[in-house]
Write a protein that binds this ligand. Structure first.
Ligand code: G3P
Length: 227
């Protein structure tokens, strides 16, 4: 399944609020908001829930991580082939909470592209984003680790991080899509991100832990389309 921009990618992380049945309900809520607003919303559920959620919703489903190994004797590896077989559309790589070595990122990106999976590689700084862009991912998500989970959005508190990342990454390849994340909770955070040149947001706690995820997500989505 393809994505379009601007997009919202919801990282379920390993929160209790996104575990099992609750994760499925959250994915269904995201599907509903996507249909109602026309905004592309993708979800990155907890790994054991990927197959069930990908089989149950009509929006793109991403994994939160993947390993580069090919099918074979690699006990415990999360192979790209198994993700594809599970109906997953793409993968997040190198999240701040799951950092990877550069050579592993390069190899995993190469394999995911060859399997037709979409990839979103995370970078903690604009310069890291530029370096990772040279591997040719579909998306780079810029996320300053100190703002992750803070409720203080990167797009409002550190706008230069977003604009620098957009400039540096587009200098490498204009076609790479730049998302930003960390502390996104409100529609204003999304508007600010898009004004700075981002083509979407990566969000976790602001939706997963919201008392009313549909309301919170609708607010974000409505601000994606106002630009
Ligand atoms: O992957 C998204 C993430 O790291 C941002 O987390 O909780 O600040 O939206 P949060």
């Amino acid at each position: 399944m393809k994505v379009d921009y601007p997009m919202i990618l919801i990282n379920f992380k390993t929160y209790r609020e996104s575990l099992g049945q609750k994760g499925l309900e959250l994915a269904r809520a995201a599907e509903r908001v996507s249909k109602d607003t026309g905004v592309c919303i993708a979800v990155a559920p907890q790994t054991p829930d990927l197959f069930r959620i990908a089989s149950s919703v009509g929006i793109p489903v991403f994994s939160q991580h993947a390993d580069p190994e090919e099918p074979g004797a690699h006990t415990g590896s999360l192979t790209l082939d198994s993700l594809k077989e599970a109906g997953v559309s793409g993968t997040i790589l190198n999240h701040s909470e799951r950092r990877l070595r550069l050579d592993i990122i390069e190899e995993t990106l190469r394999r995911s592209s060859s399997l037709g999976l979409i990839n979103c590689v995370c970078a903690n700084t604009p310069l890291a984003g530029r370096a990772l862009a040279s591997f040719g991912p579909d998306m780079v998500a810029i996320e300053p680790p100190e703002l992750i989970g803070s409720g203080v959005s990167v797009s409002k508190a550190r706008p230069e991080i977003v604009s620098d990342a957009v400039r540096l990454i587009k200098e490498v390849t204009i076609g790479i899509h730049v998302l930003c994340g960390a502390g996104i909770t409100s529609g204003d955070d999304v508007s600010a991100a898009i004004r700075l040149g981002a083509e979407g947001v990566l969000v976790a706690s602001g939706i997963v832990k919201a008392s009313n995820p549909v309301k919170a997500l609708t607010n974000l989505a409505e601000h994606c389309v106002q630009h």
